[in-house]
Design a protein around this ligand. Structure first.
Ligand code: ME8
Length: 513
């Protein structure tokens, strides 16, 4: 069985989850569901990043010890995943014992291979990014502060520290990017990575002595690991590292995809492959850096008070419409603006008037005019065959698009079949055939039901509840909902009784003020 191992970033537990976290998890969920339906053995990992200075500061500000604090906030991320119906196979927390063990084993491996040495760090650090910056990367901010390219304030740090010999990995990283042109997607992001590597990298400080909230460095009681070395290792921990001979490690490593936001590409596309190569481990196949959401044109930030709460979206618009909007509205990889008007337009035109109307028209005519049973088709015309084969041909198209994380293009492809099916109903006018040619009416309604069955199969990863509702109404057995059932070879059985139709994609009506 083919395997597919994909991960979200593990989210910092310094704050409540927001739409950005929901977005990354959702994109991974859509892909994980797609791959499972397509017969892959999927391992889908998400979780929380709980160590480091930023989390320790938030715990102190809340007046509670870091462990109690992280227990609480981590649970909020778990709850969000459940609310979004994220189908993750594991949820990792970096404060778990299994993770400490994995981090320390990786550390020992790097030490043994001469990739880590003890020295002293004197330089800039941004707590918000948990990142070290070179002087040349910084700008002067107000009141003499130094500002990182991300906008985070930096502070001067001087402390004994272990270093990873990152400077020695530049050429090997550049060769790796050349040999693996699809390692970084979208391709437009490749340059920022290669130019950072080409600019000449300094060795990376990988332990801290000024803080204590972290994984202890083996045999060095004053040092805890740099939070990014700790965090990135989660991708190994979850599949059993350091037991590289265990079944799950052997089966799933290297990861097929690390999905991240563009803010943390450098950590995943530079530091992480360097750590892995240095430890003699394989490098993941892809890092996809998606874009950034703004809110009605403005940067989303707590200080502007415009953080979008995913729970509020789900309560207002419903889970599936929210999932659909986030995956459809913006080509995956680009930045996107969240505008309520656009959301309502998508719900009403694509869902209610699009797939909803098509399903409603077809199913209610079947209920009324075919005795609530799957209609019996006669011979198919070329027009019938064209629509059926268009729906079937979606499978190879979607496979290719999903393999490059083109979620919105995948939905465009599905919607072009919906558009074609709409034209087909209008042309064939089954309601008129009812008076003139019952046999032909049955054929037309059968072709539509069969098209809807294929559409329902393909919509499952995006809108699991609504798509399964549609498949229920078509009488498709739960076991017959994988992509192995796409196409005419697995078509609906004529004469099978169907449940009474129900609306699946309601219009959004603005509540009265
Ligand atoms: O960086 N638009 O965690 P984090 C889109 N712990 N996506 C957004 C977003 C926005 N406005 N805001 C956040 C960390 N995200 C580290 C990761 S991984 C080994 C360690 C998403 O809580 C996006 O995926 O700051 C981004 O990369 C991630 O949340 C950052 O989450």
């Amino acid at each position: 069985m083919k395997k597919y191992y994909l991960t979200t970033p593990i989210y910092y537990v310094n704050d409540a989850p927001h739409i950005g976290h929901a977005y990354t998890s959702l994109a991974c969920d859509v892909l994980a569901r797609f791959k499972r339906l397509d017969g892959f053995d999927v391992m889908f990992l998400t979780g929380t990043d709980e160590h480091g200075q930023k989390v320790a500061k938030s715990a102190a500000a809340a007046g509670i010890d870091p462990q109690t604090f992280t227990d609480k906030v981590s649970q909020n991320f778990r709850n969000l995943a459940a609310t979004l119906k994220i189908s993750n196979d594991d949820f990792i927390r970096t404060t778990e014992e299994r993770h400490k063990k994995a981090c320390q084993a990786l550390w020992n491996e790097l030490l043994k291979r001469g990739e880590i040495y003890l020295d002293k760090y004197a330089g800039w650090y941004a707590v918000r990014d948990e990142a070290y910056y070179g002087e040349d990367e910084l700008k002067d901010g107000p009141n003499g502060k130094k500002i990182a390219p991300s906008g985070a304030e930096c502070e001067w740090v001087e402390e004994p520290s272990y270093f990873f010999k990152l400077s020695a990995w530049g050429d090997r990283l550049l060769k790796f990017y050349d040999d693996n042109p699809d390692f970084i997607l979208p391709h437009t992001r490749r340059n920022e990575v290669t130019s950072f590597v080409k600019s000449g990298m300094r060795d990376l400080s990988v332990s801290r002595t000024a803080i204590t909230w972290g994984v202890p460095v083996p045999n060095e009681p004053k040092h805890v690991m740099y939070v990014w070395l700790d965090a990135l290792t989660n991708y190994l921990t979850a599949i059993g590292y350091p037991d590289t001979n265990a079944g799950s490690f052997k089966k799933y490593w290297p990861a097929d995809l690390h999905m991240v936001g563009k803010d943390i590409l450098r950590f995943h596309a530079v530091y992480w492959p360097a750590f892995l190569m240095a430890a003699g481990l394989e490098v993941p196949k892809r890092v996809f850096a998606h874009g950034w959401w703004t809110n009605e044109g403005q940067k989303i930030s707590k200080s502007l008070g415009n953080v979008i709460d995913p729970y509020e979206l789900i309560t207002t618009y419903g889970l599936d419409p929210t999932r659909y909007f986030l995956m459809r509205e913006v080509p995956f990889g680009n930045d996107g603006d969240f505008a309520r008007d656009a959301m309502i337009r998508r719900i009403n035109s694509d869902l209610a008037n699009g797939i909803g109307n098509l399903a409603q028209r077809t199913l209610s005519q079947i209920a009324k005019n075919c005795g609530g049973k799957v209609p019996t088709p006669g011979a198919f015309t070329d027009t019938d065959k064209a629509l059926l084969s268009m729906a079937e041909a979606l499978l190879p198209q979607l496979r290719a698009l999903m393999d490059v994380q083109s979620f919105s293009k995948s939905l465009d492809a599905i919607w072009s079949v919906i558009g074609e099916a709409d034209r087909y109903v209008d042309e064939q006018a089954p309601w008129a055939l009812k008076k003139t040619d019952i046999a032909r009416m049955e054929t037309v309604l059968y072709v539509l039901a069969e098209t809807l069955r294929n559409l329902g199969l393909f919509l499952q990863p995006f809108m699991p509840d609504s798509a399964n509702g549609l498949l229920d109404q078509l009488g498709v057995a739960t076991d017959d909902r994988t992509f192995a059932n796409v196409g005419t070879a697995h078509a609906l059985e004529a004469g099978a009784a169907l449940p009474a139709p129900q609306g699946l994609f309601p219009r959004y009506v603005e509540p009265a003020a």
